[in-house]
Design a protein around this ligand. Structure first.
Ligand code: ADP
Length: 498
């Protein structure tokens, strides 16, 4: 096992104090509190981080408001573009360092972090850097009943101070999903990373600082959900909250936001159906099914966790799927040959293990996995796991597990299949594998999901809308849709009467 050596700048970063960033200043939490961050591959503490509370949230919101109305407001659209392009370049220039930090705190394989997540993050910022000069209003041919001549036009303005609350599964790119549109539209932000993975967000904010954005444009609050996230969600000075995380916390955020009727966008859980039709390219479909559930240790809101396979190809798919599972090298993310890292935390490992126990009790057949891999006694490791024939009512067929666990179910009648696929409170993603054009487009239209993937999985692009039906969320991120979510539209009427 050939371990990637820690870069000296990463070690230096880990060793220094990790503070909040408020109004352009790095500072300790007002009450001096800190918490520790763990490496999920070793369970060792790797850093100590400021533990923000309500006073810090108040200061960060005030700093954001201050620059929103002054310095940041003066920055022209083309200058916003220039600053954002500089940030995208900085992210790429620090790809190795950012990648190592992601792997250290989240656990994912280094290649997925450095070549995957960091590159995606730079691309997202670069895409949104193109927007500032293209956020246009319109002139509207109105017909006042008075007959008075009237000019009517719309202005698009930043929605204001945005709270950006992000999860731990993609600790860097999730920041970009929200910072990209916030910066492009001229909003000021308070970013709150997850308590499990604050480090890469801190490093990102250091890069933002170095790019020359006005002080207060991006503020950083590290800490826990109840102590730092909740006061942010309830804060009367916050105009919009954008959240990615569990449906349970999304509900709390939506409730907290009603105090001042914040605009809310929510990207929540999923239990996504992946459907294999009898005519599909079996090898490709099985590989897609394996990648769809095992990528990122299954800790993906769009994980392909319900696999519906046509009766006639079930045995072949199970063989292929099991062999993909067996090929995974589970280990520390910094080891060169690792293809699957640990789960993010002991709590997550407990949750997923609990589902494995329940699956056995509910009569599902374990095809492979389900154990801690041999030789990996410390760290939150779990084998890629395949279950067959769970009932539609079983927990593993209904609830989001957020681990590398797929439930395979067979089908024979296509109408019934679509009903089963849609029979979930979630509606984030869905996929199908077929070469039959008619079936592909017909089923894609029937599936109740924000993203439908045909002969592919997990394709997400900054230019294309992403979000959930039903309890998978509110609103859409990415593309032109998200620009609406970070702007207010003002309608201006000017009487042209003499
Ligand atoms: P997960 O269940 O995947 O850990 P969560 O939904 O709990 O994800 O957390 C996602 C983000 O929401 C994290 O940054 C977390 O700190 C934050 N969070 C958790 N609880 C709250 C809350 N009550 N209000 C605001 N933010 C919260």
């Amino acid at each position: 096992m050939n371990n990637t050596q820690l870069l000296p700048q990463v070690q230096a970063f880990l060793d220094k104090p990790h503070q909040l960033f408020i109004g352009g200043q790095w500072c300790a939490a007002a009450d001096g509190g800190t918490f520790t961050v763990e490496n999920p591959a070793t369970t060792q503490v790797i850093a100590e981080v400021a533990d923000a509370a309500e006073d810090d949230v108040n200061a960060a919101v005030a700093a954001a408001r201050d620059t929103l109305d002054t310095e940041w407001k003066q920055v022209s659209p083309s200058e916003r573009t220039r600053l954002m392009l500089r940030l995208a370049d900085a992210i790429e220039a620090h790809a190795e360092e950012l990648g190592q930090i992601i792997t250290l705190e989240n656990g994912k394989p280094y290649t997925n972090a450095q070549q995957g997540e960091v590159r995606i993050t730079a691309n997202i910022i670069r895409y949104f850097a193109g927007w500032p000069s293209k956020i246009e209003g319109s002139t509207i041919p109105v017909s006042p009943s008075s007959g008075e001549p009237m000019l009517n036009y719309t202005l698009r303005e930043p929605v204001g101070v945005c709270a950006l609350v992000v999860p731990w599964n993609f600790p860097l790119s999730m920041c970009a999903w929200k910072l990209g549109p916030a910066l492009a539209t001229g909003c000021a932000s308070v970013l709150k990373p997850a308590e499990q993975t604050p480090l890469v967000a801190i490093r990102l904010v250091e890069l933002i600082e170095a790019c020359g954005f006005p002080a207060g444009t991006v503020n950083l609050i590290t800490g826990f959900g109840a102590k730092a996230g909740a006061p942010l969600a309830a804060h009367p000075g916050v105009d919009k909250i954008a959240f990615t995380g569990s449906t349970q916390v999304g509900r709390l955020i939506a409730q907290a936001a009603t105090g001042n009727m914040k605009k809310v966008s929510l990207e929540l859980g999923g239990k996504s159906p992946n459907i294999i039709l009898p005519d599909a390219d079996i090898k490709r479909a099985a590989k897609g099914a394996a990648d769809g559930i095992f990528y990122n240790q299954g800790q993906v809101c769009t994980a392909a966790s319900r696999l519906y396979v046509h009766d006639s190809v079930l045995d072949q798919i199970l063989d292929e799927l099991s062999s993909h599972a067996a090929k995974h090298v589970v280990g520390p993310g910094l080891a060169a040959d690792t293809t699957m890292g640990p789960l993010v935390s002991a709590a997550q490992h407990r949750t997923v293990s609990g589902y494995l126990e329940r699956a056995a009790n509910e009569g599902a057949e374990l095809i492979c996995g389900g154990q801690r891999p041999e030789g990996l006694e410390t760290g939150h490791f779990l084998e890629p796991t395949v279950f067959l024939d769970a009932s539609e009512q079983a927990c593993i067929a209904r609830e989001e597990i957020f681990g590398p666990v797929v439930t395979v179910m067979s089908w024979s009648d296509v109408d019934e299949l679509v009903h089963r696929a849609n029979n979930t409170p979630y509606g984030l993603a869905a996929g199908l594998w077929t070469n039959d054009l008619r079936q592909a487009h017909t089923i894609a239209a029937e599936l109740k999901a924000g993203s439908v993937w045909v002969n592919c999985w997990n394709v997400v692009d900054p230019a294309s809308p992403f979000g959930g039906y039903k309890q998978s969320g509110w609103g859409r991120e990415m593309g032109k849709n998200v620009i609406d979510a970070y702007t207010e539209t003002k309608s201006v009427f000017v009487s042209l009467a003499g």
